[in-house]
Design a protein around this ligand. Structure first.
Ligand code: GLY
Length: 358
């Protein structure tokens, strides 16, 4: 079992990682002493939500379960309104808290509700997907989608604890497990050379879901994220490193009308970013190949999706990190180190993107 601390101006909190750590909810309740709680859960993890509710009950915290209907579609202002109305019906007061059980969608929605209900109540993240364990559950970004733009409406609101129980991954569909490795490779290439070596060495154990290897990898990713968030909670500078691969990925998701999963889009986005870096003389061809090989090892093959080049190029300047149409790329220099805020000629982007799609 691992425990690390995230320390930000907006809050300091523990991240518990390991098999069976869901029971940490009891100790967390003893620390927070909430006046009541709502467990906000994804419909696919009802059993985990019920287990969480039992721990709350054992800690004498009155609670109710709110099952988020409709997955990603609920990550909207209408979905938020539904959840806020539930908090009101449950008479959650300022001393109350939310426990978010699910993937990034539920975490973002529940966090947004926590940050706005009565101008802010506490919440606890119980991520049930590998993607949420290594990324979205840490760092306090909450939000819902706008009409066209993903995560357009949101807040920074740090959770009071993150509880990543590896047992939650037992029921995670294989493809979702595999695709989370795009974000894991992101940390390795952009920030952590040691993690890159671990991913190489332990690929057989990790692809098979070996718990010890997985705990180590989740801890490394969470530590990398905690360090970045501690330096730049509000995403004004260094936090942009976490956007490695995401500039092209978000454009690809938009151009494909979200038919391409986030993991596949990030994998392709990192291939595009590395090829741009190589063309600019920022990194070696060896890095491009090493990243490509590692992604392929984790089942994220270099498949060229069928999306329109024009549509994708049009979507790139709408990236949330762009200012006046100027896109700030995150580009790798060497394994374990990337640079942020890079300007890239549009012609070069177009050439590389053309080579990456059908
Ligand atoms: N997922 C990127 C961030 O938290 O900043």
């Amino acid at each position: 079992m691992a425990r690390l601390i995230v320390d930000t101006p907006g809050g300091t909190y523990p991240v518990h990682i390991g098999r069976g750590v869901l029971k940490e909810l009891r100790r967390t309740m003893a620390r927070l002493e909430p006046t009541g709680a709502v467990v906000v859960a994804d419909a696919s993890v009802r059993a985990i939500a019920q287990a969480a509710a039992k721990h709350l009950k054992a800690a004498r915290v009155k609670n109710a379960i709110y099952v988020v209907p409709g997955g990603e579609r609920s990550k909207s202002l209408a979905g938020l309104a539904g959840l806020l109305a539930f908090l009101e019906r449950q008479r959650i007061d300022r001393g109350g808290c939310i426990v978010a059980v699910g993937g990034g969608t539920v975490g973002d929605l529940a966090g947004m509700a926590a940050s706005t209900w009565l101008r802010g109540i506490r919440y606890i993240e119980v991520p049930t997907t590998l993607l949420a364990m290594v990324d979205s559950s840490i760092g306090g970004k909450t939000g819902v989608n706008g009409v066209r733009m993903k995560n357009a409406i949101g807040t920074f609101w740090q959770p009071s604890a993150v509880i990543s129980d590896l047992a939650c991954l037992d029921t995670l569909p294989r493809n979702r497990y595999r695709e989370a490795f795009a974000e894991v490779v992101k940390y390795a290439v952009a920030m952590d050379r040691g993690l890159f070596d671990v991913l190489h060495r332990e690929s057989a154990r990790l692809t098979a879901g070996d718990q010890d290897a997985l705990e180590d990898v989740i801890e490394r990713c969470a530590t990398a994220k905690a360090l970045v968030v501690a330096r730049d909670e509000r995403d004004r500078g260094p936090r942009a490193i976490l956007n490695y691969g995401h500039t092209a990925a978000h454009a690809l998701e938009a151009a494909s009308r979200f038919r391409i999963s986030h993991g596949r889009a990030v994998a392709l986005g990192m291939r595009i970013a590395a090829n741009i870096a190589f063309a600019l003389g920022l990194c070696s061809e060896r890095l491009v190949d090493a990243q490509d090989e590692l992604l392929t090892t984790y089942g994220l093959r270099d498949e060229h999706p069928r999306v329109s080049l024009d549509r994708m190029m049009a979507a790139i300047p709408t990236d949330k990190k762009a200012r006046r149409g100027r896109v700030a790329w995150v580009l790798p220099r060497r394994i374990g180190h990337a640079v942020i805020g890079q300007d890239v000629p549009v012609r070069l982007v177009r050439r590389v993107v053309r080579g990456a799609i059908a």
